[in-house]
Design a protein around this ligand. Structure first.
Ligand SMILES: O=C(COP(=O)(O)O)[C@H](O)[C@H](O)COP(=O)(O)O
Length: 327
């Protein structure tokens, strides 16, 4: 067992993910890859087995920060699995290089994927469209920005996204980018404004093998409202948010956050019989999703398993599950 401590910078990244100073599934994934790169750079020993053990411990530590977005374990697995499986690596220097290169490749891929989704997604938007979005998704904001950059006039309705108000981040990002037709509404006003909406676009934390989409709590209600009105409901997401683990029946853990995000601590303390339930995400079933906009094109949600097979191959998906079980 390695005696090497987890570097301070990695501890800081993990704490930032946990406390949501780093948030949003894409950013979390890139932060996870960065943490591994830093861990590899900081390692000082010469024993290859010890280095592998150390990387395994760091990987596990980073993955445990937030449970729902599969982008995090997928990113971590992309960076570390080739090393843990390889028997051709000769020494620590080579192993370090492998981790650093994989981390950089992932971060680079992730950024290019967002750009590609913006390009594809923006084609779906027509001049004069009003788009409703929920929470704060970097990918969705990029789609809207790309459409506006093409000269299309796009109005945006953003939900506040209680209890943590990620909608405020969304409107700031849009206004800073020069998208000026932006309206902020309380989450509960979605059914009141849906008559003005042409398309709903949200991000994703996880897409399951059967095409269900896990995203910020409230997303599934918006999907239902969109369906009631016959409005297209799109999900914009990189393919590393598709979960290979769900192929074999593993359920997505929905993060439950502290009640103090919903009610002040003193009110909770004064009312010992009061319960507060604060789930951070919910599940939108595939039948409510028009299409998933990914960097490899538009995917009907029902084709999610095919995407996973294309990405990992059947055998590889099985290996991934085994690696996770072993850990
Ligand atoms: O649900 C959230 C964020 O939740 P939280 O604020 O709890 O992290 C976002 O819609 C997805 O993560 C996609 O974001 P992106 O497109 O930026 O990856």
């Amino acid at each position: 067992m390695t005696g090497k401590p987890i570097p301070e910078e990695v501890v800081q990244i993990a704490s930032d993910i946990k406390n949501m100073r780093i948030r949003g599934a894409g950013r979390i994934a890139r932060a996870g890859a960065l943490a591994l790169r830093i861990a590899a750079e900081k390692y000082t020993g010469q024993n290859l087995d010890d280095f592998k053990e150390y990387i395994r411990i760091v990987a596990d530590y980073v993955v445990k920060t937030r449970p729902t977005a599969v982008s995090l374990p997928n990113a971590v697995s992309y960076v570390v699995s080739p090393l843990l499986r390889a028997d051709s690596i000769r020494d620590v220097e080579e192993a370090k290089r492998m981790i650093i290169e994989n981390a950089e490749k992932f971060m680079d891929y992730s950024e290019r994927a967002v750009e590609r989704i913006a390009e594809i997604g923006s084609r779906l938007l027509r001049d004069g469209d009003t788009v409703l979005t929920h929470c704060n998704s970097q990918v969705v904001v990029s789609v809207i920005k790309a459409a506006v950059k093409q000269g299309k006039s796009v109005e945006v309705i953003a939900t506040e996204t209680r209890p943590l108000f990620q909608g405020h981040i969304t409107i700031k990002m849009l206004l800073d980018a020069g998208v000026d037709a932006v309206t902020l509404v309380p989450d509960s006003a979605v059914r009141s404004v849906i008559k003005d909406v042409d398309k709903v676009i949200v991000g994703a934390d996880t897409v399951t093998a059967n095409g269900a989409v896990v995203n910020k709590v409230g997303t599934s209600l918006i999907a239902l409202i969109a369906r009631e009105r016959g409005i297209d409901f799109y999900v914009a997401t990189e393919t590393y948010k598709f979960s290979p683990y769900t192929v074999w029946g593993e359920l997505v853990v929905i993060e439950e956050r502290t009640p103090t995000e919903v009610l002040p601590e003193d009110v909770i303390a004064k009312n010992p019989y009061l319960k507060v339930f604060n789930p951070s995400f919910d599940v939108t079933p595939p039948y409510l999703v028009t299409a998933i906009i990914t960097e490899i094109g538009l995917i009907p949600p029902q084709a999610s398993l095919l995407v996973l097979e294309e990405l990992y191959g059947r055998g590889a998906i099985h290996d991934t599950i085994q690696t996770v079980e072993e850990e």
